[in-house]
Every structure is written in C-alpha cells, then in structure tokens.
Write a protein that binds this ligand. Structure first.
Ligand code: SAM
Length: 295
C-alpha cells in the first residue's frame, strides 16, 4: 500500500460498548467501516449471538450508527453467514433487510473475494472464498469518489484498441442481442478504469492476536472510495484495529471502539507498529457515561 504522509491525523481507541460510546459522537462520522462478530462462531473469544437472534441484535446498533453518521456518510458492513445444521443460515440477509426497513438505503453489495481461502473438505460444498461487504447509507446519494479507487486500464485495452473496427466506433447492440451495447472507442486515451464490485484481497495470516482480523486493504478500499482526507472514520467493532491502520495510512482520523480491553491494547500496539508516525496521539480510554441531566 502507498503511504503518503501529508499531515498528522488523530486516532482514538475507546474501550466500551459502541452503542453507548457513540452517543457522544452525534453527526461526527463520515464513514463507518466495520465487521461485527459472526453469530456464534467466536464463542471462545467474545460474547456469542445465536444466528436466529443476530438480526435483532444488529438492530440494536441501528440508532447509534444512524445518529453518529453525517447525512452524506456511509456504513460498510463486512460479514458472512455461517453454516447451521449443514446449510447456510440466512441471518445476514435478514439483518440487512431489517436495517433497510429502518431507513438505510442499500447502495451496493460488494464481494470480498479471498484468493487464498482456508483449505479443507466439506461433503456438500467447496472452499469458502468470499464474504459480503454491504454499503448502506442514509440517502441514495452518499459521498463517493470513484476516481480514488480507479485502477490502470491494463494491456488488454491497448491490444483491443489497436484492432478497432467500424462496429467499435458507435454504440451497438452486443452480438448476442442482449441489448447491452458498448462503444470501445471511448477507451482511447484512458489510463484508468473503475474497478468492479468484487474486491480480490488475500486473507491475512493468523498471527495478529485476534481471531477475525480482516486485511487492512479491505477497509482502505472503502475509506478511499467513500470519504475525504482528514475526515473521521469509525469502527464500532474495532478488534485489532485494522480499520484504524487503513484510516491513518490514508490520512483520515479514526475512532476505534471495542468492548474487549485486550483487543483495545492490541489495536494500540498494531497502530504503533503499522501506522507509527502517522498520528499525533493514540490512547485507550475507558468509556465514561455522560452525567444524567437534572430534571
Ligand atoms: C469480527 S471482530 C472485528 C475484527 C476487526 N475487523 C479486525 O480486523 O481486527 C468484532 C469485534 O467486535 C467486538 N464487539 C462485540 N460486541 C461489541 C460491542 N457491543 N461494542 C464494541 N465492540 C464489540 C469484539 O470484541 C470483536 O473484537
């Protein structure tokens, strides 16, 4: 990943339940990028939620997320459903549907493709090589900067352009008459192209001290696409702090919240090791509930 040092950003780590902590951050976040605990799967490591209870559980974060996010901000949830009694449980779809019923617009479903999935054998399925990343927002037109994630156009376009024929110079119906026309000549002079909504990013090794670390490149993609420099990125299920590292490496401020003190300290260590020098301060703070107003 390119590291561009333009200034010093801030990163705060708070130990607490994000539903409570976020009450202190009304309309503060430009982007929430996160990966909630998987239902049941992490029993040994943190509170488990039964798959059937997951949609209602995630719903308890709806208001805190909605209120801490600015109106043109985005919420990106990385998640995967699990196998229950031999079949795929649909708790993830149900959870996202519930959020949509409460006003979130489902802007796009991204697929995180893992080119190096876990090896193994399962009688009725293959290796699991992808997870969802749901892009939700409070409006249908949240902030987006597609050029920030544009990729080099690649050799195939140059080769194709050398052979431009008459058919290529005007929008035309495709050969199979599907109705999807294209005008290849529009590619002339273009150096970059938008990537697709399938993100191919290898899994990280198991040595980060947390059972569910996602690669820094995953939040980094959405941070570049859906926020501006120096804005605030929040991860309310911060774990080992991958989102914070991605935010700092891309000149954004970050707020990381986890209800496990060990993980807060792990995040602090990782920030120093992987984004050291890119922030002015990083400390783990305990959540202090606001003093109730006198009636
Ligand atoms: C899937 S992990 C996130 C891993 C993270 N993406 C990383 O790369 O390390 C989910 C995290 O959410 C935390 N968590 C669960 N419930 C929480 C809550 N109510 N408030 C804050 N954190 C919570 C867990 O302790 C766990 O570390």
């Amino acid at each position: 990943m390119d590291i561009i040092k333009t200034g010093m950003n801030k990163c705060q780590i708070i130990f607490g339940d994000s539903r409570e902590v976020l009450k202190n951050y009304i309309s503060a976040a430009d982007l929430i990028v996160t990966s909630p605990p998987y239902a049941d799967a992490r029993k040994k490591h943190y509170d488990s939620i039964a798959p059937t209870d997951f949609p209602d559980w995630l719903q308890t974060f709806h208001e805190p997320f909605w209120h801490c996010l600015k109106d043109d901000g985005s919420l990106v949830i990385n998640i995967k459903d699990k196998i229950v009694d031999g079949v795929r449980h649909r708790y993830v779809w149900k959870a996202i549907e519930k959020l949509a019923e409460n006003g979130w617009f489902c802007i796009e479903d991204y697929i995180w493709h893992k080119p190096n999935p876990m090896p193994g054998f399962w009688p009725t399925r293959l290796r699991d090589g992808w997870e969802y990343c749901f892009h939700l927002a409070k409006t249908k037109t949240p902030f987006i900067n597609q050029q920030n994630v544009a990729v080099p156009v690649g050799d195939w376009v140059n080769k194709r352009l050398q052979k431009l024929g008459e058919n290529d110079l005007a929008r035309h119906n495709s050969v199979n008459e599907s109705g999807f026309g294209r005008d290849i000549s529009k590619w002339v002079g273009k150096e970059t192209v938008l990537p697709s909504n399938v993100l191919s990013i290898p899994l990280v090794g198991k040595n980060k001290g947390h059972p569910a670390v996602f690669p820094v490149e995953l939040p980094a993609f959405f941070i570049k696409l859906l926020s501006r420099e120096n804005q605030l990125i929040i991860d309310p299920f911060a774990g080992s702090g991958s989102t914070g590292i991605a935010a700092l490496l891309n000149n954004r401020n970050c707020l990381l919240i986890d209800n496990n003190m060990e993980y807060c300290h792990l995040a602090q260590e990782r920030l120093h090791a992987e984004a050291g020098g890119l922030f002015t301060e990083v400390s783990v703070e305990n959540y202090i509930p606001p003093i109730p107003k006198a009636v």
